[in-house]
Design a protein around this ligand. Structure first.
Ligand SMILES: [Zn+2]
Length: 169
């Protein structure tokens, strides 16, 4: 895995991206509640592929799913993302699932450059760029650049993101 710090930091970006897309595509709900939940789900989803495979409810916390197999399955996360996206206009609560899936995909993207790779469809694929834990800054910066792009281009066309923050708070 990329270091867990990197997953947390990219998680914030995933949260912002999902809230922005949910705002644009779905429903806000009272007090923007679905946007906030989409954001929180994005943060949780970005670490999910790693904590889902640990038996965190037991005392030994062993892996019950081999590392980077089922919980890192790209097709599964992308399918969840797709269905949640299409459900959102009719079911605003799908924004939460959308956020979680967004975080999951972000996690896989962060794991992808490591030699261990990610099982996107069948078998693993690795970009083989650097070892786990290296270049975290690059991964985090890329995710934040992506978040900035989504917020400024998709959600708030032309509005400064700072104005958006005021609008949310
Ligand atoms: Zn991972």
């Amino acid at each position: 895995m990329a270091s867990s710090n990197a997953h947390h930091a990219t998680g914030w970006a995933a949260g912002i991206i999902s809230a922005a897309l949910a705002a644009q595509h779905g429903s806000h709900g009272p007090f923007h509640v679905w946007l906030w939940l989409a954001f929180a789900a994005g943060v949780a989803g970005a670490t999910a592929p790693d904590w889902l495979e640990v038996a965190w409810w037991s005392r030994k916390k062993r892996l019950w799913i081999t590392h980077r197999t089922a919980t890192h399955w790209g097709l599964g996360w992308l399918a969840a993302l797709f269905f949640a996206w299409h459900a959102m206009p009719h079911h605003p609560e799908a924004a939460v699932a959308f956020g979680f899936a967004c975080g999951g995909v972000m996690h896989l993207l962060a794991d992808w450059p490591n030699p261990l790779g990610v099982p996107w469809i069948l078998g693993r694929h690795s970009l083989n760029l650097w070892n786990s834990g290296h270049c975290d800054l690059l991964v985090v910066a890329a995710s934040w650049a992506g978040a900035w792009f989504v917020v400024s281009h998709v959600w708030m066309r032309g509005t400064a993101p700072l104005t958006m923050l005021k609008h949310l708070l």
